[in-house]
Ligand binder design. Structure first.
Ligand code: PEP
Ligand code: MN
Length: 336
């Protein structure tokens, strides 16, 4: 059960409510986010919801039987939209495109990609400066210095930045330079990182774990939400299966299922999802028809020369084509 408290709830009213919920054999956790305060009750006993709903200090109450609570659609039916400022918004009703290289490499690369995005009306740029690589001998990112350069160029061009955070200590150092923190597939269940991201006031895109279930992704999102940060997006990026002809198996099913189960925006990552450059577009378009609110993909001026993930990175010509088609497919879907 979730009880949303009224903003001006008194300490005595809150205490009385906690006791009431406990008396129903529910375990109570108090959650205070940047937006509101909640009591999250976990238990299974049947009870008359009016018992709680009519109490002083209650704004709203719902029974949520899912293992995740605050990110569930059973709690919040209306889809969540997230503002990055300057009119850039993410969520149901609009198509969010986030594009950029797998890794930030050089000032020249940042300039060229930014220009490509501006020319195509794309206002969110992706790129890793801290890279989780399977091998320690692979390129591991340009780090904070590169992020600072990138941020300067992006701000000058009205572009928002999404970049992966791998460690709790990086949250604060990245903070002034980014607009969205990305939690990578290898960190989806790094619970210390998730807790820490609950304490920041910037949006977080959380990717599904490499072998993670949909329910595990939602529970990871619940960590951040219950830690205080409601500005969350979920991202399907493919899972590891027995199939070897693609890098990952993009789980198209996850898109409508996540949309149904959660009120959070759902973003699709076709680049990591299939891992094959000339198929990225078709997966992107398919995921839009499946209901995705946005696409994050990898683009580089010369994918052959990219420091990482070149095999799944499109060039500018392919990217422009993709953007045009994504907008058309999105408009078609919205008009159906
Ligand atoms: C990335 O976005 O470049 C990345 C490393 O993604 P993932 O965490 O999905 O592998
Ligand atoms: Mn990548």
């Amino acid at each position: 059960m979730i009880v949303k408290l009224e903003q001006d709830v008194s300490a005595a009213e809150k205490e009385a409510l906690i006791e009431k919920v406990k008396s129903l054999e529910y375990k109570v956790t108090t959650v205070r986010t940047q937006e509101a305060e909640y009591l999250v009750g976990t238990g299974s006993k049947e009870f008359d919801i009016r018992l709680i709903g009519n109490s002083k200090g209650v704004e709203d109450v719902h029974r949520v039987s899912d293992v995740y609570k605050l990110v569930s659609r059973k709690w919040k039916v209306q889809p969540t939209r997230i503002s990055l400022g300057d009119g850039v918004e993410i969520g149901e009703g609009s198509l969010s495109i986030m594009a950029g290289p797998c890794s930030i490499e050089s000032e020249e690369q940042i300039d060229l990609v930014s220009r490509h995005l501006v020319e195509n009306g794309v206002s969110i740029m992706r790129g890793g400066v801290f890279k989780p690589r399977s091998s320690p001998y692979s390129f591991r990112g340009v780090g904070l210095a590169g992020l600072k350069t990138w941020s300067g160029v992006a701000r000058a061009n009205g572009i928002k930045i999404i970049s992966e955070v791998m460690d709790v200590a990086q949250i604060e150092e990245m903070y002034p330079y980014i607009d969205v923190y990305q939690v990578g597939a290898r960190n989806t269940q790094n619970f210390n990182l998730l807790d820490a991201l609950g304490r920041v006031d910037k949006p977080v895109l959380i990717k599904r774990g490499i072998s993670g279930t949909i329910e595990e992704l939602l529970q990871s999102a619940e960590y951040i939400f219950s830690g205080g940060n409601e500005k969350l997006m979920l991202c399907e990026r493919g899972i590891r299966t027995y199939e070897r002809s693609s890098r990952n198996t993009f789980d198209l099913n996850a898109i409508p299922i996540l949309k149904e189960k959660s009120h959070l925006p759902v973003i699709s990552d076709p680049s990591h999802g299939i891992g094959i450059r000339h198929h990225v577009e078709s997966i992107a378009l398919a995921t839009l028809m499946a209901g995705a609110d946005g696409i994050i993909y990898e683009v580089h001026y010369s994918p052959e020369d990219a420091y990482s993930d070149g095999q799944q990175t499109v060039d500018f010509r392919e990217s422009s084509e993709m953007i045009r088609k994504m907008r058309e497919v999105f408009a078609l879907r919205e008009g159906l």
